[in-house]
Design a protein around this ligand. Structure first.
Ligand SMILES: NC(=O)c1ccc[n+]([C@@H]2O[C@H](COP(=O)([O-])OP(=O)(O)OC[C@H]3O[C@@H](n4cnc5c(N)ncnc54)[C@H](O)[C@@H]3O)[C@@H](O)[C@H]2O)c1
Length: 353
C-alpha cells in the first residue's frame, strides 16, 4: 500500500517562508512524502504570491479558519515572533505536529504554554534552529559527543554585523519581535553554542543591550532592504552578555546589527580541557607529545541548514522519532533571553530558575 503523504500547512508566508521553507516543502512534495495543502498570511500580496508560486491549492487570511477547515499533519509557523505562540498553540490543539521559526516565542511564559499544548495533544514541537543542521556544526557536535574536547568550561559566540539591520518586516519593533539583534541573529549563535556545550542548565545571566544606530537616519544600512521609518525602531542593535551555567560553565555572547567594526564576524569558540574548537576557519586545537596542534577541516559536504531541518522534522513525524531541537531546550534559550533583557534594565545579574 502506498504511504500516505503528510498534509502540510504554512502560516506566515513572507521572506523566510518563500526563500527557504516553501522550496523545501515542495522538494519533499516532489519526493511524494508531503503535500503542501494550504498557506496562510494576513498580507494579500505575500499570500497570493506564495500560493501561486508554490501551487498551494488553498489560501487563507486567518489561521484559525485554515485549521478549522483542514486536517493537517504538519504546520510550519513562519510569522513575526508575536504570532508564534498563538499560531503554534492553535496548530497543536488542531492535532498538527508543529514547527516554528526562531525565536520560539516572545517570553519563557509563552514557551511553556507551547510545550504544554504539545504534551497535551501528544504532538511534536520544534523550533527552527537551522544552524544545528549545518554540516560543519554537525561535525563539531560529533567531536564534542565523542569526548574529544574533554571537560567543556567556556564558550564564546559572536555574530556581528557592521551594518545589517533588516529593513523589511517587523524586526525593528519590540512589540512584534521582542527585541532586535539579540533575537534576530543572537538566538542562532546562542542556541548553537548551548547545543555544542551539551545543553547545560543556565543559572544566571548578566547583559547589556544598546540602541546606538537603528533609530538614526544616517545609518548607511544600504544593502538591507527598504528602510523602516527610524522613529519606529525601538529595539537593540548591539548586545553583550555573560551566561553562567551549572558546573561553572560560562558563555560570552556578543551580537550586533550595526557597530563600528571593520567587517562582519561570525565566530564560535568552545574550550575544553583536552581540546578547543573554533569556527571560521573551522579547527580543533589541542596538545600532544610536547607539541601544540591544530587540525583544520579543508572540506566538508555542504548541507543547507533550513532545508535539512525541514527534512529532519518530516522524518521525525514519519517515523515517530524525537526532534533534534527539543522544546525544553528552546525554553532554556528563552529563559536566557528574558534574563539578559532584565539584567540590562536592572543593571545586575539575574538568576535563572
Ligand atoms: N532561521 C532564519 O534564518 C530566519 C531568517 C529570517 C527570519 N526568521 C524568522 O522567521 C519569521 C518571519 O520572518 P520573515 O523575515 O519571513 O518576516 P516577514 O515579515 O517577511 O514575514 C512574516 C509574515 O508573517 C505574516 N503574518 C504575521 N502575523 C500573521 C498572522 N497572525 N497570520 C498569518 N500571517 C501572519 C506577515 O503578514 C508576513 O507576511 C520570524 O520569526 C523570524 O525571526 C528566521
Amino acid at each position: 500500500m502506498a504511504k500516505r503523504k503528510l498534509k502540510v500547512g504554512v502560516i506566515g508566508v513572507g521572506a523566510i517562508a518563500q526563500e527557504v521553507h516553501l522550496p523545501a516543502w515542495k522538494e519533499l512534495e516532489a519526493e511524494g512524502r508531503v503535500e503542501l495543502a494550504a498557506v496562510c498570511d494576513l498580507l494579500p500580496e505575500n499570500l497570493n504570491k506564495a500560493a501561486k508560486e508554490y501551487e498551494a491549492p488553498k489560501k487563507y487570511k486567518s489561521f484559525k479558519k485554515m485549521l478549522n477547515e483542514n486536517n493537517f499533519d504538519i504546520i510550519d509557523v513562519c510569522t513575526h515572533n508575536r504570532c508564534h505562540c498563538p499560531a503554534v498553540v492553535a496548530a497543536l490543539n488542531a492535532g498538527a505536529h508543529t514547527m516554528v521559526e526562531k525565536p520560539m516565542a516572545m517570553s519563557a511564559k509563552e514557551s511553556r504554554e507551547m510545550i504544554k499544548a504539545s504534551k497535551a495533544n501528544k504532538r511534536k514541537l520544534m523550533t527552527g534552529q537551522h544552524m544545528r543542521f549545518e554540516t560543519a556544526n554537525e561535525k563539531l557536535k560529533e567531536l564534542v559527543e565523542r569526548g574529544d574536547l574533554g571537560q567543556i568550561y567556556y564558550g564564546q559566540a559572536q555574530y556581528l554585523r557592521r551594518r545589517g539591520i533588516p529593513g523589511w518586516g517587523k524586526f525593528h519593533i519590540k512589540r512584534e519581535s521582542l527585541g532586535g539583534a539579540l533575537i534576530d541573529i543572537g538566538v542562532h549563535v546562542l542556541d548553537l553554542a548551548f547545543w555544542l556545550m551539551g545543553c547545560p542548565k543556565p543559572v544566571a545571566a548578566s547583559g547589556k543591550t544598546y540602541r546606538m544606530f537603528g533609530d538614526r537616519d544616517d545609518l548607511c544600512n544600504a544593502d538591507w532592504g527598504t528602510p523602516y521609518p527610524p522613529k519606529e525602531f525601538d529595539v537593540e542593535d548591539y548586545a553583550s552578555a555573560i551566561i553562567r551555567f551549572e558546573k561553572g560553565i560560562t558563555l560570552h555572547l556578543e551580537v550586533s546589527w550595526a557597530a563600528n567594526i571593520p567587517d562582519h564576524v561570525e565566530s564560535l569558540r568552545i574550550l575544553g580541557d583536552k581540546a578547543g574548537i573554533s569556527t571560521n576557519p573551522l579547527q580543533i586545537s589541542s596538545y600532544e607529545n610536547d607539541a601544540l596542534t591544530s587540525k583544520h577541516f579543508d572540506w566538508l559536504p555542504e548541507k543547507k541548514g533550513h532545508r535539512e531541518e525541514i527534512r529532519h522534522f518530516t522524518e521525525c513525524v514519519e517515523k515517530d522519532l524525537p526532534v533534534r531541537v527539543k522544546p525544553e531546550e528552546s525554553l532554556q534559550i528563552q529563559m536566557i533571553l528574558d534574563a539578559i533583557y532584565e539584567s540590562s534594565r536592572k543593571n545586575k545579574e539575574i538568576r535563572i530558575k
